[in-house]
Design a protein around this ligand. Structure first.
Ligand code: 13P
Length: 254
């Protein structure tokens, strides 16, 4: 982490938790973890629990996020949710381009770009996910893949929007596998992403953009990841579903 950027620990609950389970977990997280001043906690429950969780997410330092959205404000898009609807429920962030959406639901850089713009227009900030699959890493293509995902997704955003942007580097081979990138591997890609952001936007903007690491983040590896200068937080799946482990992640030691 870098003292000039407020660390952000985000819980991506994916397709887990009924409304009652979500409310119970978020109550426990707030009771156990308490208010946060020097770090930000973001909770991304499924759509069905956004209103319920948002209604009790009152602890200072906590914000609500959605896991996906459509890029249009409204229209004949059966089954989709618009950014305006998410803003209306109190969301401050939307996760966009998660690798599960890319791999399982055909999300492309172009739709990530459209969604990111729509999220800004609705008055929220996107958490844009990038990351290579194992094959790409083994072929030495990590930087090439991440660069093209960033270029595709960020094209057209203004430097003013960029300052509010959050990027999550999530190597696909580390998601849900227990196989975390080493702090060195993650830092190398985070530094590359920051350089790339400097070339896409005005130089200097990249220093304000938070870059999260995601992929098997756990209580046993959070501190060493957060010790890296370009890792500004974590996007957490499995370990965010249980209060004890998530509390320890929020309370990482820097
Ligand atoms: P895990 O923490 O379960 O590996 O998931 C990471 C992730 O995909 C967060 O968005």
């Amino acid at each position: 982490m870098n003292p000039n950027r407020k660390p952000l620990v985000a819980a991506n609950w994916k397709m887990h938790k009924t409304l009652a389970e979500a409310i119970s977990l978020v109550k426990s997280v707030q009771e156990e973890t308490g208010p946060c001043a020097d770090r930000e906690v973001v909770i991304a429950p499924p759509f069905t629990a956004l209103e319920g969780v948002g209604g009790i997410l009152k602890q200072p330092g906590y914000s609500l996020a959605a896991q996906n959205c459509h890029w249009e404000e409204k229209g004949a898009f059966t089954g989709e949710i618009s950014p305006i609807m998410l803003k209306d429920l109190g969301c401050q962030y939307v996760i966009v381009g998660h690798s599960e959406r890319r791999q399982l639901f055909g999300e492309k850089d172009e739709t990530v770009r459209l969604k990111a713009g729509a999220v800004f227009r609705a008055g929220m900030a996107p958490i844009i996910c990038v990351g290579e699959v194992l094959d790409e890493r083994e072929q030495g293509k990590t930087f090439e893949i991440v660069a093209s995902q960033l270029e595709g997704a960020l094209n057209g955003l203004s430097p003013a929007q960029a300052e509010r942007l959050v990027i999550a580097y999530e190597p696909v081979w580390a998601i849900g596998t227990g196989r975390t990138a080493t702090p060195g591997q993650a830092q190398e890609v985070h530094a590359f992403i920051r350089d790339k952001l400097a070339s896409i936007f005005n130089k200097g903007v990249e220093k304000k953009i938070r870059i999260l690491y995601g992929g098997s983040v756990k209580p046993s590896n959070i501190d060493e990841l957060m010790a890296e200068p370009d890792i500004d937080g974590a996007l957490v799946g499995g370990a965010s579903l249980e209060v004890g482990s998530f509390k320890r992640l929020v309370q990482f030691k820097s």
